[in-house]
Design a binder for this molecule. Structure first.
Ligand code: AMP
Length: 273
């Protein structure tokens, strides 16, 4: 496995690559969620590149950029054992210079949910993903459904900018008790970890209601808000898969999304129904 930190070195190295290149962008502190993306990439592509980069431009002032978990040695071992061909491990100075241009998230889809609670976040995400795609030039790129809005906006960017990469959505991997895996879960104390289970409970309750014929979003949200009420709620929404507001659940075309703060840890989860 090669480890490369210089963007142009990686770009040159991959330029003559004749194999199908699969790309998994991450911020490191790898867990089984990331692994499922890598596994899928390995299944579908002969050459797999993983990037590990905690992208500063997607963190807002006062967020956890400085304390974001970093475990490069363990991450590299995981990548090696998973058969990754190249790990791209840049520093911020390898990616960003002075007086940078940036991609701006779309006015509607980019400014609901996380775009509303974290203004500017998606500009940072889209900018770095655009840069990474230009460096790696992948055939396929793998993203978790757990970050559903991110996945939606990246797919939109690829379509609107006529990029040729294929975006592959990958299902959310959960702990055995239902908590969606996240690098930020390590911030949770024992008590907070228990409280965080209300997220998956609320999501499963909502799907049960839908399963028994309740499609009215106000009614479903009320129940979810009751379950989540001991936590600080960022948002609870049920949208269609284009991230538009709807009144009734459209079966197989909707997403239930939750953002909560558990202690000081912001957790996201969603179910596609
Ligand atoms: P991150 O390192 O948090 O930026 O995540 C890198 C990629 O892994 C993103 O595409 C995430 O959506 C995906 N991911 C994170 N957590 C999970 C999970 N529990 N299951 C599946 N994919 C995930």
């Amino acid at each position: 496995m090669k480890i490369i930190s210089d963007a142009l070195e990686l770009k040159t190295y991959l330029k003559t690559m004749s194999k199908r290149v699969g790309f998994v962008p991450t911020m490191g502190a790898l867990h089984d969620g990331h692994l499922s993306l890598i596994k899928r990439a390995k299944e579908e592509c002969a050459f797999v590149v993983v990037s590990i980069f905690v992208n500063p431009t997607q963190f807002l002032q006062g967020e956890d950029l400085e304390s974001y978990p970093s475990r490069n040695d363990a991450d590299l071992k995981i990548c090696e054992l998973s058969g990754v061909d190249v790990v791209f491990l840049p520093q911020a100075k390898d990616i960003y210079g002075e007086d940078e241009l940036s991609i701006v998230a779309p006015n509607v889809r980019g400014f609901v949910l996380e775009g509303a609670t974290r203004p500017g976040h998606f500009n940072g995400v889209l900018t770095v993903v655009n840069k990474l795609f230009n460096i790696v030039n992948p055939d396929f790129a793998y993203f978790g459904k757990k970050d559903a809005q991110q996945l939606n906006l990246i797919s939109l960017m690829v379509k609107q900018l006529f990029m040729s990469v294929v975006i592959v959505p990958v299902d959310t991997v959960r702990e055995s008790d239902g908590l969606a895996m996240s690098s930020r879960n390590i911030y949770l104390s024992k008590e907070e970890r228990v409280k965080a289970l209300k997220i998956s409970t609320a999501l499963y309750e909502a799907t049960k209601m839908v399963g028994s014929g309740e499609l009215d979003i106000t009614v479903i949200k009320e129940k979810m808000l009751r379950i989540l009420s001991p936590l600080e709620i960022g948002y609870v929404e049920i949208l269609n898969r284009d991230f538009e507001y709807i009144r009734e659940v459209q079966l197989s075309k909707s997403i239930i999304l939750v953002e909560v703060l558990v202690g000081r840890t912001r957790l996201l989860d969603n179910l596609w129904i």
